[in-house]
Write a protein that binds this ligand. Structure first.
Ligand SMILES: [Zn+2]
Ligand SMILES: [Zn+2]
Length: 336
């Protein structure tokens, strides 16, 4: 039997009795990163990268049982060597290498190969079997350099500030928000973070991530205004659900933008109230996916988590690899 198999609960190493990002409750779960479609509640015991521990506790509860691992440090379970390597996706994200009697597997989790200056950069790991994600596994997905995107974001903010209009930028609270915060031009105005993002920021700052200053919006925007924070040139970073709450109303009329890889395929009419879309993703684009797969030297590729059919077919037909689809139900996934 192969060292790693795909089960209804997710990828499983029977020799180590270890699941990777399992879908339902198991005894031992190795979690590649703390996004909700990978880190689920209810596991008896968690293993994750040391910089994921506190964010995992923030999301799943302080009382979870969790073992921290550093990148490159090996843990042994019933003869299986388990090692984490940087995945470059979001702070604390890791690829998992499992090795037993000369058979080596790497499970990528979510990743991007281009460094963003915040999260430790992706490392190619040699293996025989590689499990890759494929969130943006179509040739139309090709990202521009992040500097160009952040220049665009700062220009948009500057234009709004010049006419006294607040700016609101949507971003999920682990990874995207901090990556945005790191590159905003603070000479334009004040940056305010929604409470959910503020909580993640504090935990990640304590783990050593540096992404600059911000104002804590968790007590409400009216409160900040009363304290003298100017609203007409501010930039608010918040998750999408904040737009449906009263929290946003003290801002009055504002310009709204979204930052996501999906903005590459959305027509402006589809954005539902969003004035501006910035194409910025924490996942690999099409060239990065292929580069990552080839960089492992693996002959056996298992494609999951996205446009798996398209990527697997390309790897088979154009690259001669033994590539197959292993896909959990799309219903299990949540948008990041
Ligand atoms: Zn993720
Ligand atoms: Zn994911």
């Amino acid at each position: 039997m192969a060292l790693v198999t795909y089960t209804p609960l997710g990828f499983y190493c029977a020799q180590a009795d270890l699941y990777i990002d399992p879908l339902r409750k198991v005894s031992k779960a190795l979690v590649t990163h703390a996004h909700s479609d990978h880190a689920r509640p209810g596991m008896q015991h968690y293993l994750c990268h040391v910089q994921s521990v506190n964010i995992l506790k923030l999301r799943l509860g302080q009382r979870i049982s969790v073992q921290a691992m550093a990148y490159g440090e090996s843990v042994w379970m019933n003869g299986v060597e388990i090692t984490l390597f940087p995945a470059g996706h979001v702070p604390g994200s890791a690829q998992v290498r499992l090795s037993f009697r000369g058979e080596v597997w790497v499970i990528s989790g979510d990743y991007k190969t281009v460094g963003d200056g915040l999260t430790p950069a992706f490392e190619a790991v040699r293996c025989h079997h590689f499990v890759t994600e494929s969130t943006f596994g179509m040739p139309i997905f090709q990202w521009r350099e992040q500097k160009t995107v952040f220049d665009d974001i700062n220009t948009w903010w500057q234009k709004n500030a010049a006419v006294g209009k607040p700016s609101v930028l949507l971003g999920y609270s682990l990874g995207k928000a901090q990556r945005i915060l790191k590159y905003l031009d603070r000479s334009i105005g004040t940056i305010i973070c929604h409470g959910a993002i503020n909580a993640s920021n504090i935990v990640l700052q304590e783990c050593g991530f540096d992404f600059g200053t911000w104002e804590d919006g968790s007590r409400g925007l009216a409160d900040l205004r009363d304290l003298g924070v100017k609203m007409d040139n501010c930039l608010v970073v918040c998750p999408p659900n904040a737009l449906r709450s009263a929290w946003i109303s003290p801002l009055g009329n504002y310009s709204l933008a979204n930052c996501s890889g999906w903005m590459a395929v959305s027509k402006s009419g589809d954005w539902g109230g969003i004035d501006k879309g910035f194409v910025l993703s924490d996942h690999a684009d099409w060239p990065q996916l292929i580069e990552a797969v080839l960089g492992t030297g693996a002959e056996n590729i298992y494609v999951t988590h996205g446009f798996s059919e398209i990527l697997a077919r390309y790897l088979r037909e154009a690259r001669g690899l033994n590539a197959v689809v292993v896909e959990q139900s799309m219903l299990e996934r949540k948008m990041e």
